[in-house]
Design a protein around this ligand. Structure first.
Ligand code: KG4
Ligand code: ZN
Length: 339
């Protein structure tokens, strides 16, 4: 079979990214232009600023991805682009660029669901990985446990009823003045703290579901910080970070293990920005060893928002014959498995 080269674009939040992916699993280039520094001074992503920066960056990012991959325009078989979920203005910049580029090359356009992209990062990391498996998706906007039945068939087994895991990290970090994005900061500082120092509530929704709820935990941490301040006590930031992280990680591990058992599968592939968390990695690997379940994590560069994962997801759609029309629109609220 002829090799398939996909040029993929990702612009759903605060990263402008372009990647060239060969046959869904081989990354020829993976350019990510992060806007983190710009948004840091606001304490979070400002949508209008993000859109404007995408407009400024996208041409250069695509040119660089082509150059690094060392391929010609004629080699590209399809253009893939994230069309949701995400910030509507940010998504539209990527979409318009991708449509124009695909049209000018005379190749098909493939719209990709960002969450399905995060899961596909595992196909790049583990060249032999094929469905079925369970995926734990933990990002700034989403938290799911999913039965991945096929490359294009997902059954959501549990999801968050309120905040996402990464969002909880960001909000708690902000309350302690650690800055944005909070996940990596808490991960780092928690290494010096005691995870059992403060008992925070569990972050599951109900014992009998696989759903998550992080807003109660977040409020408990914020209340703790306020009441300690009122009493004039100094906050032990490493202890609060470690105890909060422990509460998040334990429910993620628990629900992922419950899911895999309920489906009689043997692999859990973790995906999304929070998949970089060192405590989550350690706890899941340990549990996996005890229970004979293989735990998969993409490298940090594939966990964060990137276009290589979009190119991988697009490949499996491409070979199944999926194509998007030029009327493809941004879908800010697109859910996992949704079209
Ligand atoms: O997947 P991602 O890059 O963007 C979204 O699609 O949301 O995830 C970003 C989220 C942020 O909330 C960030 O704080 C969190 O991932 N994150 C982490 C770590 N690295 C990134 N959370 C915990 N520990 C980390 N090491
Ligand atoms: Zn993401």
């Amino acid at each position: 079979m002829k090799d398939v080269y996909i040029l993929a674009i990702e612009s759903s939040c605060d990263e402008t990214a372009c990647s060239i992916v060969k046959n869904g699993r081989e990354v020829l280039s993976n350019i990510i232009s992060s806007q983190i520094e710009i948004h840091q001074k606001f304490g979070g992503v400002v949508p209008e600023v993000a859109s404007r920066k995408h407009v400024e960056n996208i041409t250069g990012v695509v040119e660089l991805a082509m150059k690094e991959a060392n391929i010609e325009r004629e080699d590209i078989d399809a253009v893939a682009v994230t069309y949701g979920p995400g910030l509507v203005g940010a998504l539209l910049v990527g979409l318009q660029f991708a449509k124009g580029f695909a049209f000018s090359l005379g190749v098909p356009l493939i719209g990709v669901n960002h969450i399905e992209g995060h899961i596909a990062a595992n196909y790049i990391q583990y060249k032999e990985l094929e469905p079925p498996f369970v995926s734990l998706v933990v990002s700034g906007g989403h938290t799911f446990v999913v039965h991945v039945k096929d490359y294009d068939d997902f059954e959501v087994m549990g999801e968050t009823r309120d905040d996402a895991a990464g969002e909880a990290f960001d909000k708690v970090a902000r309350a302690m003045g650690l800055g944005y994005p909070g996940g990596p900061k808490i991960d780092q500082i928690a290494k010096e703290g005691n995870p059992l120092a403060i008992k925070f509530p569990k972050a599951n929704f109900h014992e009998d579901t696989l759903d998550f709820s992080f807003s109660g935990l977040k409020s408990a941490v914020l209340n703790y910080l306020n009441s300690e301040k009122q009493r004039g006590n100094e906050i032990n930031v490493p202890d609060v970070s470690a105890s909060f992280q422990h509460a998040v990680v334990s429910v993620l591990v628990e629900n992922a293990m419950k899911t895999i058992k309920s489906r009689n599968l043997d692999k859990i592939a973790v995906a999304g920005g929070v998949a970089s968390n060192s405590s989550l990695r350690k706890a899941l690997l340990q549990k996996g060893e005890e229970e004979n379940v293989r735990i998969l994590f993409p490298d940090a560069i594939l966990c964060t928002d990137n276009a290589a994962m979009i190119g991988s997801a697009a490949y499996f759609q491409f070979i199944k014959g999926y194509r998007s029309g030029n009327d493809l629109n941004a879908k800010p609220g697109l859910s996992l498995g949704g079209r």
